[in-house]
Design a binder for this molecule. Structure first.
Ligand code: NAP
Length: 240
């Protein structure tokens, strides 16, 4: 069981969900050392057991260089993501599809998890119960796609899900005590969802602190037999 991790890496910890998770992990695991990353945002908080790194997760070179600092990691949690920004906004129709926006979505939503898995593989292998989890999104489920739209975000999260599933199969041999998880947080009140909250009923718009607590409850219960699944915040399984 991956309970009580000693060393935790959390990427995208400057975001709404990442920061909430970071605060919850510091409180919940009183002995854990946490290494967190931010990129464009300034460092949002300080703590004696917390070390920050500015890291562009689109850069394989930066991830590789940072990974050299680590000997042992129990949990690696990726909370970075991209839905809208300078390059574009989610597409309502195929007419709005734009190469640069689609590629940026893959660069931030898909590839970093795979690169982190690659470069942190050895450090995770030194754990008795390594866990690698990445925040995906229900809209990345192909089976669950009822509304359409949001091509780039959906595709990049579906591809992330495939990366995590494939990694879980590799880990059966390479990290047999480990667990891989794709996570859906529900709709949370963060900068990422803010422009798209108008039609969300108040009871369905979560505070990130609530979701962080639910995620950690879930993660502490996962074992290798449950590796390679897509979980909602409440512990229910989402079809791929
Ligand atoms: N909020 C929701 O309702 C919701 C729903 C479903 C899924 N999700 C997923 O949950 C995750 C967290 O979302 P959030 O709501 O917390 O979003 P957020 O507040 O916008 O935070 C996004 C995070 O991603 C980081 N990031 C973006 N580009 C990066 C890059 N190139 N290199 C390194 N870090 C980068 C940001 O770092 P800087 O700010 O420091 O640049 C920030 O820490 C995302 O994967 C998102 O897709 C969110």
């Amino acid at each position: 069981m991956p309970a009580n991790p000693d060393t935790i890496v959390i990427t995208g910890a400057s975001g709404g969900l990442g920061r909430a998770l970071l605060e919850h992990l510091l409180e919940r695991f009183g002995d854990a050392e946490i290494r967190a990353t931010h990129y464009r945002s300034e460092i949002p908080m300080h703590h004696e057991r917390l070390t920050w790194q500015r890291l562009d997760l689109r850069s394989a070179d930066e991830i590789e260089a940072w990974s050299a600092d680590f000997h042992h990691i129990d949990w690696l949690l990726n909370c970075a993501g991209y839905l809208h920004g300078d390059i574009g906004i989610p597409e309502k129709s195929v007419r709005a599809v734009d190469n640069n926006f689609s590629l940026e979505s893959f660069r931030i939503n898909t590839l970093p998890t795979l690169l982190l898995a690659k470069y942190f593989s050895a450090a995770l292998k030194r754990s008795n119960a390594p866990l690698l989890a990445s925040i995906s999104a229900r809209v990345g489920s192909i089976e669950d796609n009822r509304l359409g739209g949001w091509y780039s975000y959906r595709m990049s999260k579906a591809a992330l899900n495939m990366a995590l599933k494939t990694l879980s199969i590799e880990w059966r041999h390479s990290h047999p005590r480990g667990c891989i998880a794709a996570l859906h947080p529900g709709t949370n009140d963060t900068a990422l969802s803010r422009p798209y909250q108008a039609n969300i009923a108040p009871q369905n718009l979560f505070q990130p602190s609530y979701t962080a607590c639910m995620f950690v409850d879930l993660l502490t219960q996962l074992d290798p037999a449950q590796s390679g699944n897509f979980w909602a915040w409440d512990g229910t399984r989402i079809p791929w």
